[in-house]
Design a protein. Structure first.
Length: 65
């Protein structure tokens, strides 16, 4: 059984390149998720305002009865 360590310079450079590519992918995914989060927060805010509005309508209807 051969020991894979120490790795050759070629293998180390390939590992570094692979890891750098992974970091780039993760950074891109994080940027996309931040945009999606902002959009979802805006949507939640709108829905909360609508809910409050409809709650006041229901309360007014109940008071009139």
């Amino acid at each position: 059984m051969s020991n894979p360590y120490p790795k050759s310079q070629w293998d180390l450079e390939n590992d570094v390149l692979r890891l750098e590519q992974m970091i780039i992918l993760y950074e891109q995914e994080i940027a996309e998720l931040k945009i999606e989060k902002k959009e979802l927060l805006e949507e939640v805010s709108i829905l909360q305002r609508k809910l409050e509005y409809y709650k006041t309508i229901v309360e007014v209807d109940e008071e009139e009865k």
